[in-house]
Design a protein around this ligand. Structure first.
Ligand code: AMP
Ligand code: ZN
Length: 460
């Protein structure tokens, strides 16, 4: 089973061959923790969670090191803390916890390592010093800048020429730069602004150096996969390559560059001013995490994904379908030796999640039709294997239908009491009352199902 990934560096799909199959390393740029994550931020988290699952499955969980950092020092954080009137630490602790909660609700497993930038400042000072000593960086007015002219290959990852770079987003022109494309490695922190002592005075790191240093600390100079959203290709990843290759040696750093496409909301770029800015937290209040996760997987990761409320509704129906199939298999033990090969081969082909979803739906349909016990046990095994690869079907059908779909309507205790009352009414042959209870519950979104072992219920 070969894994193919589209490599931004070579601009083609390539077979993934790790440097050392016993030690596969993946670094994904994590969040800047200053506010709740929006649904666009969740896309790389879910996509690289799928890839991490696939790598763990292929190479063994102990042989994969998936690193996703936390950027806990950055100007946006400083500004937000000031605006909220809270300390930087209080803000980053609170938003990091919210990020973990939200991503957990989307079924993303924690990465193996999660370095925080503020715990790697010494490493940043060390790498910047190396870059200065090697002639790739210079100090100017309390700043240290990377000298892009010192690196002939600068621009190779993003395929940009010099003019594109200067015109490109986020390149700041400043009088102390030798070249407008030079970027900041270290900047001064005046007054009581958060900062650390350094050979260049009190200051703080630029964003790009953070990832070069955290990836080196966790994975070494050379590792297999580096990922993030495609907006990071330039300047962030281009600059990481420049820093790491110039400090650690040519030919080092990541071998495969994997980037997800952008997410729009109802056809438009997400922005606060358009009022279509959706946090994961808000969306979780509207639909269960598994429905949001499935919706995220409906587009191939390199394609744009348009997030719509109709799409979420459809995804919720599809998760219902999967749990219904699982519920119908409740009377058989799962054959755990089964592997959903169709799902796996779709994912091995550059994470083709739409194809993988088609494959899991096909298993569910087949399961609904099957009558033979052994066959049904096999299909249950396949369904659960497919679910594991995709991070779906993480709960029992009962949990899904009773709890995950929200607690609108009567509580579990109220429903159980009404079911008991209905059983009593039936025993007393008071069918009018028993039908009334069933109809009243249906009207508030609770469906009763009478089976051989009593009455079960689900929210619809
Ligand atoms: P940030 O906190 O802005 O650095 O973003 C964290 C991650 O989310 C990065 O990998 C970004 O590329 C990604 N990202 C941000 N916005 C979107 C979006 N609208 N669609 C897809 N990915 C996004
Ligand atoms: Zn990064």
């Amino acid at each position: 089973m070969k894994l193919y990934l589209y490599n931004t560096a070579s601009r083609q799909k390539e077979e993934f061959i790790p440097n050392d199959p016993q030690n596969v390393g993946m670094y994904v740029c994590g969040p800047t923790v200053y506010d709740y994550a929006h649904i666009g931020n969740a896309r790389p988290v879910v996509i690289f969670d799928i890839l991490a699952r696939l790598l763990r499955d292929k190479y063994g969980a102990d042989c994969v090191n998936y690193v996703r950092n936390i950027t806990d020092v950055e100007d946006k954080i400083i500004d937000a803390a000031e605006k909220n009137g809270e300390s930087i630490e209080a803000l980053t602790t609170r938003t990091t916890a919210a990020f973990h909660e939200d991503m957990g609700a989307l079924g993303a497993l924690p990465p193996d390592r999660e370095p925080r930038a503020t715990l790697h400042i010494d490493g940043m000072i060390e790498m910047i010093t190396t870059l200065i000593n090697k002639g790739h960086a210079y100090e100017a007015e309390g700043h240290v800048l990377f000298d892009v002219q010192s690196m002939p290959d600068y621009g190779k990852l993003s395929g940009r020429n010099r003019d594109d770079m200067i015109a490109g987003a986020r390149v700041e022109v400043a009088p102390y730069k030798k070249d407008p494309a030079d970027f900041v490695l270290w900047k001064p922190s005046p007054g009581d602004m958060v900062g650390w002592e350094s050979p260049w005075g009190k200051g703080r790191p630029g964003w790009h150096i953070e990832c070069s240093v955290m990836s080196k600390a966790e994975l070494g100079d050379t590792f297999d996969i580096h990922g993030g959203g495609r907006d990071l290709i330039f300047p962030h990843h281009e600059n990481e390559v420049a820093q790491s290759c110039c400090a650690n040696g040519e030919g080092t750093f990541a071998k495969y560059w994997v980037h997800n496409g952008f997410l729009t909301v109802e056809g438009e770029k997400m922005s606060k001013s358009l009022g279509n800015f959706r946090t994961v937290r808000e969306l979780l209040a509207e639909a269960p995490g598994e429905a949001l996760r499935l919706n995220m997987l409906t587009a191939h990761y390199r394609q744009p994904l348009d997030w719509t409320s109709d799409g979420v509704k459809q995804s919720l129906t599809n998760v219902d379908r999967l749990y219904t199939a699982l519920q119908n298999l409740q009377d058989v033990e799962s054959d755990t030796s089964q592997v959903a090969e169709d799902v796996r081969s779709a994912l091995l082909d550059d994470l083709n999640t739409p194809k993988a979803l088609t494959a899991i739906y096909a298993i569910a349909s087949e399961a609904n039709k099957a009558t033979d016990k052994v066959e049904r046990a096999r299909l249950k095994g396949l369904l659960l294997s497919a679910g594991e690869q995709l991070g779906l079907l993480t709960m029992t059908p009962q949990e899904w239908f009773q709890n995950a779909k929200g607690e609108d309507g009567p509580s579990e205790t109220e429903i159980e009491e009404l079911i008991a009352e209905r059983a009593q009414a039936k025993q007393n042959k008071d069918f009018a009352r028993s039908d009334e209870i069933r109809d009243n519950l249906k009207a508030v979104g609770v469906l009763l199902e009478d089976g051989p072992s009593g009455t079960t219920w689900k929210r619809i």
